[in-house]
Write a protein that binds this ligand. Sequence first.
Ligand code: HEM
Ligand SMILES: *[C@@H]1O[C@H](CO)[C@@H](O)[C@H](O)[C@H]1NC(C)=O
Ligand SMILES: *[C@@H]1O[C@H](CO)[C@@H](O)[C@H](O)[C@H]1NC(C)=O
Ligand SMILES: *[C@@H]1O[C@H](CO)[C@@H](O)[C@H](O)[C@H]1NC(C)=O
Ligand SMILES: *[C@@H]1O[C@H](CO)[C@@H](O)[C@H](O)[C@H]1NC(C)=O
Ligand SMILES: *[C@@H]1O[C@H](CO)[C@@H](O)[C@H](O)[C@H]1NC(C)=O
Length: 325
Amino acid sequence: MVSSSYSLNMHNILLPTCILILFALIKTSSGQLSANFYASSCPNFSSIISSAVNSAVSNEARMGASLLRLHFHDCFVNGCDASVLLDDTANFTGEKTAGPNNNSLRGFDVIDTIKTQLESSCPGVVSCADLLATAARDSVVALGGPSWNLNFGRRDSTTASLSAANNNIPAPTLNLSGLISSFSNQGFTTNEMVALSGSHTIGQARCTVFRNRLYNENNINSSFATSVRANCPSSGGDNNLSPLDAATPTSFDNAYFNNLLNQNGLLHSDQELFNGGSTDAQVRTYSSNPATFSTDFANGMIKMSNLNPLTGSSGQVRTNCRRTN
Ligand code: HEM
Ligand SMILES: *[C@@H]1O[C@H](CO)[C@@H](O)[C@H](O)[C@H]1NC(C)=O
Ligand SMILES: *[C@@H]1O[C@H](CO)[C@@H](O)[C@H](O)[C@H]1NC(C)=O
Ligand SMILES: *[C@@H]1O[C@H](CO)[C@@H](O)[C@H](O)[C@H]1NC(C)=O
Ligand SMILES: *[C@@H]1O[C@H](CO)[C@@H](O)[C@H](O)[C@H]1NC(C)=O
Ligand SMILES: *[C@@H]1O[C@H](CO)[C@@H](O)[C@H](O)[C@H]1NC(C)=O
């Protein structure tokens, strides 16, 4: 009796202790980022970034979407370390030609412009990874979406991974279980995956990524399909663009979820979130409750921005985001 109750107690203590230690370790890995990281070294960095983002977005609303996506494609590939910004050279292969990125990512010139301004105010201080995280947040705000508080101190990689970019960034051909595992591989829950997919309330996609849905799928609204087909023929026109959210293409709102209820999702992967599966209820919730979507989206973005950063003396602060120092 005594020994069995003793071993029971040991389990009761050991297991929670192990879990606590695990949480403590996980916390430290992003715990080195801090809200006031640039308070003395570059006090004006956030106004420099927000002014530049506001002017880029007022010049072209889509740029807000493109900057948000750059941060996502950075963080899902070995963490938020600005690896996505490195140019290919004769002896270096970066991530820009990966399937999800090639002829698709944009906004690199805007990042260069902002980096030049940061370098002139505070040379060698603000990392490209922090710049991306901040520009993504400010882009969402510029298009009417929620804001969130970021921590800073991410450093920039000296490496990139073409294969991780090809493997880790979810493809629009994925079904619901594929989307769930792609996000789960980065530590996200299904709920967080659905919230973050709400990014497709802004921005555009190329005909080549949704053509199959227009011509071969049956969970698509027929009047929506007819109108999108007009600019995306069954062959040719691969680079023709359509808005991901035809209802309000340049407003960061919850219309994306309402579209899904009407089978107006543009990508196969979008409509998978409302196709009779386990995420239907959450799509309904977001479509009727914009505040819930805003909160969940902001929390998802904070979590994404904290994926595996380089901190301390790891990596470097690039002076030009396109190449290592
Ligand atoms: C859930 C899985 C996701 C899939 C399968 C996916 C796939 C895609 C595809 C195929 C495009 C169009 C690319 C092109 O036509 O070249 C796109 C655009 C976009 N994606 Fe996603 N995406 C996903 C999640 C996300 C997340 C989590 C974010 C941000 C946090 C995001 C932000 C965007 C934005 C803003 C655009 C428009 C970019 C622009 O107009 O330049 N996506 N996505
Ligand atoms: C901070 O940056 C903003 C935007 O570039 C600029 O308008 C403002 O004058 C700057 N303030 C200081 C103190 O440098
Ligand atoms: C790679 O090429 C650049 C010129 O593009 C050169 O400056 C650099 O030394 C080369 N690095 C290596 C490791 O060969
Ligand atoms: C990237 O796109 C260019 C066309 O702009 C194409 O020539 C090249 O083969 C593509 N690269 C890969 C790896 O698909
Ligand atoms: C989802 O896609 C995977 C991989 O293509 C496939 O193995 C699986 O059967 C699909 N699941 C459903 C429910 O269709
Ligand atoms: C198709 O979309 C329109 C709005 O764009 C909506 O009024 C209609 O109910 C949708 N049809 C179906 C079957 O969901």
